[in-house]
Design a protein. Sequence first.
Length: 331
Amino acid sequence: MTSQTCKAARIDQNGGPEEIKLVDVTVGDPGPGEIRIRHKAVGLNYIDVYQRQGQYALPMPLQLGMEASGVIEAVGEGVSHLKVGDRAAYASQPPGSYCELRVMPAKCVCKLPDEISFETGAAMMLKGLTVQYLLRRTQPQGGLKAGDHVLFHAAAGGVGLIACQWAKAMGLQLIGTAGSDEKCALAAANGAAFVINYAKEDFVARVKEITGGKGVKVVYDSVGKDTFAKSLDCLRPFGLLANFGGASGKVPPLDIGVLAAKGSLYVTRPTIFSHLATRESTQEMADDLFAMVISGKVKIHIDQRFALADVAEAHRALEARKTTGCTILTL
């Protein structure tokens, strides 16, 4: 048994960014089904904010962070897809990536292709795999075909910019919303067919105008409370609203009779971790993501970098919507 000391960012109670403290933690050897990974870079995501605030009940003290990349240092019994020295990246439960070194379950850790840098690997796993399960696996009745209109909120964020590019590669007409002209321009530059500045325009009216009054087949909505009701109004009959986050707050209870009145609509609340439940599905999704990135069809934009010690500052920027693209912690 060997143990090492490393730096990690954690909270002892839910609250604001000021609750995040850098501490020394002891890391031991991996057990069966586990690996030990030394991180090269760590990704930030809005789910980290939810967990810090307490929207998801998690035991304390809590080491935050859901994705990272690095080098495998040790492999536990029963792990066959990774070996010591492998470059690797992951998006994974449980939280804990805000650190230099960790022991964690191996099933969600994937070998990182040599063509993809550690920084890109850390920035893209949770966001890229989210786009993969949304566009490939969370589809409306009849599926998605080239030429179909889809609405994607927060199109200039880390997930949004990947979605704009991926949708374009699929031949979809992605309509992206964002809160400023600058963010709209960024979404358009990354493949959004149409952009809507929701601070200036009624996005429902604009979507109807773009689609000739028909509405879209699917809305991908990570904003939640502020957009949910209007998102339903953007759908054509039998359309799907996929609510995969709540950046503006929790969606209020829904009278399902509304779905009938608006055209036999579908609503789902998917999570990435349902899709990452097995080693096989994780690898299948990651292979698709890696192929999109290596081909150049999807470029990962890292627009902010913070040192691990400055992670509280990174959270403030994320919450204030001052970030675009992906944000990473450097080690």
